[in-house]
Write a protein that binds this ligand. Structure first.
Ligand code: G4P
Length: 541
């Protein structure tokens, strides 16, 4: 029989504070239950009391900012946020990833700040298209993935088919930690494959405490027969057998390297299986690991217990309050012990005193006096910090790996009132710095070109430019299909730029970009200029 073993490092009372941090994200296809699971996890951890708070919080936040009307109208979650809660002496940072596929860039950046991910699947649907894409994104960094098969209270696919679906479509080895007993009306709970106890499913009732663990009965005992039939008992025994024949044993190393996923079953809506998932997370998901960075041109691995305080900005949220043009940069700390009031520098030499850093506890935001590697800290600023910026005490560190992706949609920004050109420049630059869209200044002609990976990004841009800057802008089609960042010998770049004046632009950092009319034009240019590299993605620096 498969016996999951936990060889995660034990947490002793002498363990450093950073070793308690667990930063993770939830990924799912829309409607699989990400929001419901977030809420139930927070309930199970005792971080919130009433169901509905995650949504309510979302609604409150939305009313503060007009542009978020889009979220409400389209019923999608556009902005990323973070929620912190405690469980079993660990401090979990749950990073919310945008659910819509147009925001894969944003999702990728959020995942750069997570040390693991929970993949939520709908038990009746298995792996869906968006799940596939998100797992691809996780693969870019090989972060470990825990699977939660949700909605077992409804008719579900056979567990074997679900496991095979994950193996075939995602090329992940699956290790069920539990085996379900039926589904829908016949759902009786899940067999804990380690202890061989049935975790009994009880329909929720008003007087049941959601933080309370579900009852358990030994599979081999008689007591279980008061709750399930002998036939169901035999089926479970067979299920456990199938699990051990079909799936390898859990190996911590394979999980940490992103090749193996432990699988849990439950119903987020009914609050079932979530407590077990939370305990499973506490057992196996990793804390902060060493992060690759560059110091004075040298590649280094920055240890979470290292001395220098350092981190990177993976998200900037601006204009939450339209009356103040303030921004909150979400900084993932990677090493050192941050103390309130500390001076930190970006690698470009900008310095700021971090006097009111925010930690995001599930129920409210708190000014932090201290923060550790693995924490996500909100740093209010007036535009100093951009997505991808590295922050450190010396200002000599640079984290890599937060890219811009080649835009697939390019639009020309045309103002209804040409006298407001200066305002438009400011608005577009500010939103590009936030990472909402990309911005290119063509070498010839005065109009800005806005680039996006998905169409919805352009809609968000239009709404925000109108709501926050009072500008009416038409984002009309531009004659370009995609963009490529150029690198190589300076003289060669100049030669290329000279021959393609009408297709050259600069990005927000002044780097040269080729705006191509088609994929064919990109390959043709690559052949003609073999000394130049045409990059699909540009690492932010
Ligand atoms: P998402 O964030 O991944 O998009 O999914 P969300 O949690 O919003 O859930 C999508 C729908 O699925 C919701 O129903 C939710 O209540 C339902 N759901 C989530 N988990 C479970 C589960 O374990 N069992 C069952 N039966 N349903 C579940 P809705 O009708 O679209 O929204 P609502 O009116 O309930 O808010």
């Amino acid at each position: 029989m498969t016996t999951p073993t936990s060889d995660a490092p034990a947490l002793t009372s002498h363990a450093p504070e950073w070793a308690r941090r667990r930063s993770f994200a939830i990924i799912s296809h829309p409607d699989a239950g990400k929001t419901t699971l977030t809420e139930t996890l927070l309930l199970s951890a005792g971080a919130i009391r009433l169901a509905g708070q995650v949504r309510a919080r979302g609604e409150n936040r939305r009313t503060q900012s007009d542009w978020m009307k889009i979220e409400q109208e389209r019923g999608i979650s556009v902005s990323a946020s973070v929620m912190t809660f405690e469980h079993r002496a660990l401090l979990f940072n749950l990073l919310d990833t945008p659910g819509h596929e147009d925001f894969s860039e944003d999702t990728y950046r959020t995942l750069t700040a997570a040390d693991s991910a929970i993949m939520v699947l709908d038990a009746a649907k298995g792996v869906e298209p968006r799940t596939l894409k998100l797992v691809e994104v996780c693969r870019l960094r090989d972060i470990p993935i825990v699977t939660f098969i949700n909605k077992m209270d409804r008719e579900a696919l056979d567990p074997v088919d679900l496991l095979e679906d994950i193996q075939d479509k995602l090329a992940l080895d699956t290790v069920p930690m539990q085996w379900p007993s039926g589904s829908g009306n016949r759902f009786k709970g899940v067999l804990d494959l380690k202890t061989r106890e049935l975790v009994g499913y009880q329909k929720p009732s008003d007087d049941r405490d959601p933080t309370e663990a579900s009852p358990r009965w030994a599979l081999e005992g008689d007591e279980i027969l008061e709750h399930i039939s002998a036939e169901e008992q035999a089926e479970l025994d067979e299920g456990a057998e199938v699990a051990s024949e079909l799936c390898p044993a859990f190996k911590m190393q394979s999980f940490l390297e992103g090749h193996m996923t432990p699988v849990f079953f439950g119903s987020a809506l009914r609050g079932f299986g979530v407590r077990e998932l939370l305990d499973g997370l506490a057992d196996i998901i990793p804390g902060p690991a060493a992060m690759p960075a560059i110091r004075n041109g040298q590649a280094v691995e920055l240890e979470p217990g290292g001395k220098e305080v350092a981190g990177f900005v993976f998200k900037v949220q601006a204009n939450m309050d339209p009356n103040h043009r303030d921004r909150v940069a979400f900084v993932r700390l990677c090493s050192g012990v941050f103390k309130r009031g500390m001076k930190l520098k970006t690698e470009a030499g900008k310095q700021l005193t971090v006097s009111s850093p925010i930690l995001f506890f599930a129920q409210d935001r708190e000014i932090a006096d201290e923060a550790f590697a693995g924490d996500v800290m909100g740093v209010p600023n007036h535009g100093t910090l951009r997505v991808g910026d590295s922050l450190s005490e010396s200002g000599k560190l640079r984290f890599s790996g937060i890219p811009n992706f080649a835009p697939e949609i390019l639009r020309r920004a045309r103002l209804a009132d040409p006298l407001k050109a200066k305002h438009l420049k400011k608005a577009l630059e500010s939103l590009a710095e936030e990472g909402v869209t990309q911005l290119f200044r063509p070498t010839l002609g005065g109009d800005f070109i806005v680039g996006a990976v998905g169409a919805l990004q352009i809609d968000v841009m239009r709404e925000r430019v109108a709501a926050e800057y009072g500008l009416e802008v038409d984002f009309e089609p531009a004659p370009y299909d995609t963009a490529r960042w150029l690198s190589g010998d300076r003289v060669k770049i100049e030669e290329f730029a000279d021959r393609h004046k009408s297709a050259m632009a600069e990005d927000i950092n002044g780097d040269p970009v080729f705006l191509a009319k088609s994929a064919w034009e990109v390959s043709y240019s690559e052949e003609k200029f073999p000394d130049l590299t045409f990059h699909r993605a540009k690492e932010r620096s």
